[in-house]
Write a protein that binds this ligand. Structure first.
Ligand code: ADP
Ligand code: MG
Length: 461
């Protein structure tokens, strides 16, 4: 939808052309009118009445044109939405044998769009001939009437001819003006779309200040934080109090939908708490310069997204010009170096769209390398080891153990075995902290964590 809106915005440059044509027509038309007026005010008045009559007839088409333009803008957005969506989900379409279904939907949307477009084009095509036929009829009427009325006055006939000639030159400008009005009506739909996109009063903006750290920070504190997703009445997180310290690893566990990823977003500064604050060494996160802040944070998301580029460029993403050795170092830390070296083209291997040619675990390890390449002060891993086999996970665990003394680490995990080395575990459920403490103590305490442990770890033995 956004990409289509951006395209529409690009097309709006047509307005300059339309405006230019319109101004030109108006200027030319006034010149001709002035000329005609000096020749014969009466005939000019008759002409003006006729032209206004024509204009009224055209108003109907122009109004219809505007409606079609709005419809067209909407329907092209709908069409590209389904096309982009289905192209992104090509694998899913094949697995579900749904290519025919996708085809049908795309065709239907396209047909709708083409139909609206066709109507608009037909309407636009009628403007020129209508004006032309009208012109010929007016000119003929003038000549015939003039011929009959002025039969005796031979000297008037040349000036009548001259008048008709000027009128003949003026009519294309009337036609041009009609087309301009039509085009304006047509772009109104697009303008509306772009206007909605650019409106600021109906959108939420994240606050961002200008403070930059010149030292590394040592503590992140979440104070009485509550967060609602926009439009939701139930908080995704409520009364969260957490302290993350340098050299400590905090683990967050809990069922899906508990609010773990939302918590990570709030610490990243990608969302703003409804109430409460996120303090970084006592400074409110919203006062910090976001770009600067995000430069110090490495995050591995639940959904790994890799660009259609070389592995090396994916690892140095956001850090253009990072030397190859540092890319390799990050990959080694993330335990990705071995499998990358085994690829025919090594670090220069191009990843297919969305990393189609890599396994889930390999993609995750590249994403971890990407986060580590930034040499982040704070590392957030959101289910980052969920697609790894036990052996790779163990190696990542080693990496984390190496980092944990000098860094701040937040691990969100489904698998409880990965959180046993954390300094503190927080159990989230429905946005509330239901339990917190050292993992080993929680495991034996008989609370929520030990219950999770029983169902997950011991059941697998
Ligand atoms: P987790 O990562 O623990 O599985 P999330 O933090 O992703 O959970 O989601 C927490 C809750 O917030 C869920 O109930 C989810 O449905 C809801 N949620 C997540 N993202 C949005 C959103 N953009 N708009 C509205 N609700 C959301
Ligand atoms: Mg999540």
């Amino acid at each position: 939808e956004l990409s289509e809106k951006i395209n529409t915005a690009g097309e709006m440059s047509r307005i300059a052309r339309i405006g230019h044509d319109g101004v030109l027509s108006i200027l030319m038309l006034s010149m001709y009118l002035a000329l005609m007026l000096t020749m014969s005010p009466l005939l000019t008045l008759v002409c003006l009445i006729l032209i206004i009559g024509l204009g009224l007839c055209l108003t109907w088409s122009i109004r219809k044109f505007k409606r079609l333009g709005i419809e067209l803008a909407g329907s092209s957005i709908e069409t590209s939405t389904v096309i982009v969506e289905f192209l992104n989900a090509s694998r899913m379409l094949r697995i579900f044998g749904a290519t025919r279904y996708a085809n049908k939907i795309i065709r239907a949307r396209r047909r709708l769009m083409i139909e609206v477009n066709r109507k608009a084009l037909v309407l636009k095509a009628t403007i020129a001939p209508t004006v032309e036929i009208f012109t010929v009829m007016v000119l003929a009427t003038f000549l015939i009437v003039g011929y009959i009325v002025l039969d005796s006055a031979t000297e008037s006939i040349p000036s009548l001819f001259l008048f008709v000639l000027v009128l003949h030159r003026a009519m294309p400008q009337v036609q041009g003006l009609g087309l301009t009005l039509g085009s304006i009506a047509h772009v109104v739909g697009g303008l509306r779309v772009v206007g909605e996109l650019m409106r600021r009063d109906d959108k939420e903006f994240l606050k961002t200040g200008g403070i930059k750290f010149d030292k590394v920070f040592s503590q992140i504190k979440l104070e009485d934080m509550t967060f609602y997703h926009s439009g939701e009445s139930v908080p995704a997180l409520s009364d969260i109090d957490i302290v993350l310290s340098r050299g400590k690893t905090l683990a967050v566990v809990g069922p899906s939908g508990a609010g773990k990823s939302t918590l990570a977003d709030l610490i990243l500064g990608l969302r703003q708490p409804g109430t409460g604050r996120v303090l970084v060494d006592g400074i409110d996160l919203s006062e910090l310069n976001r770009e600067h802040w995000l430069h110090m944070v490495g995050a591995v998301d639940q959904d790994v997204f890799l660009l259609n580029d070389s592995i090396a460029n994916n690892i140095r993403f956001g850090l253009e010009g990072l030397p190859q050795e540092q890319v390799v170092d990050a990959a080694k830390l993330a335990n990705a170096h071995d499998f990358i070296s085994n690829l025919a083209e090594g670090y220069e291997t191009k990843i297919g769209d969305r990393g189609i040619r890599l396994s889930g675990g390999q993609k995750q390890r590249i994403a971890i390398a990407r986060a580590l390449a930034k040499k982040p002060e704070l590392l957030i891993l959101d289910e980052a080891t969920s697609a790894l086999d036990s052996e790779s996970e163990r190696l990542i665990q080693q990496t984390l153990n190496r980092l944990k003394n000098s860094h701040m680490v937040l691990v969100i995990a489904h698998r409880l075995s990965t959180v046993m080395t954390a300094d503190e575990v927080i159990v989230l459920d429905k946005g509330n902290i239901v339990e917190r403490g050292e993992p080993e103590k929680l495991r034996t305490s008989g609370g929520a964590f030990s219950l999770l442990w029983k169902t997950q770890v011991e059941a697998n033995k």
